[in-house]
Design a protein around this ligand. Sequence first.
Ligand code: ZN
Length: 262
Amino acid sequence: MIDSHCHLDDWSTGEERDGILRQARQAGVDGFVVPAVSPDNWPEVAELARTVAGVQTAYGIHPHYLDRLGPGSLETVLAELERFLPGAAALGEVGLDRRVARDGGERKRQEEVFLAQIGIAQARLLPLIVHCVRAHGRLLELLSSHRIERGGILHWYSGPAELVGDFLRLGFLFGFGLAVGRPQASKARAALRAVPAEALVIETDAPDQPARPGERNVPAALAEVARIVAEIRGAPVGEIVELSDRNLERVLGPIPRCGGST
Ligand SMILES: [Zn+2]
């Protein structure tokens, strides 16, 4: 099964990473979509795809890391981003996050960087991997007026169930991880139940999105994600895994596998 969203580059030494990968394969995870988040980790993620079997990449500027863009113009950074895109499955992780945007100026900056990257994705016919926190209404406006032909993935979907149909019409899948099982996540569970089978994907977002805040998540936890999602939807675990892999490859294209146990 494929982890549709994890940050394997966060395990910086080869030895640490080998342990994490071994553990993931033992849990049946044999494919990993690794979205890079800022110019300083694009080369690292590219290197990962060259050296680790079963890794597919995406590259983008995540709204949390706008302060890492440096003093040069946005155009320069975007030109650098384009160098990494050949061979990538998607553009991302990109998006809007009102939890970190402290004022109107920072929101505007997030939108500027997001829209510029939507333009690149559309020009290259790439799908988008989107991060969105407390801005789903605005996200829907922007994606409705700047269509992405190949759609994409709304990873860690935390928007309302009522918007699922609108994002679905724009060609987006909905990613869910361990957070959907947290006791207070009733809104996310309602959204998960509202997502049709052909738009569901599972992810760990490791090392982020642990079952309990403060812990460190790992890609092997995808097996647990599949179990939780299956329970919430009242479906067999095997069916959830099959759906997720199929939906993911329909939108991102074929994901290489490293020959795990499933
Ligand atoms: Zn992420």
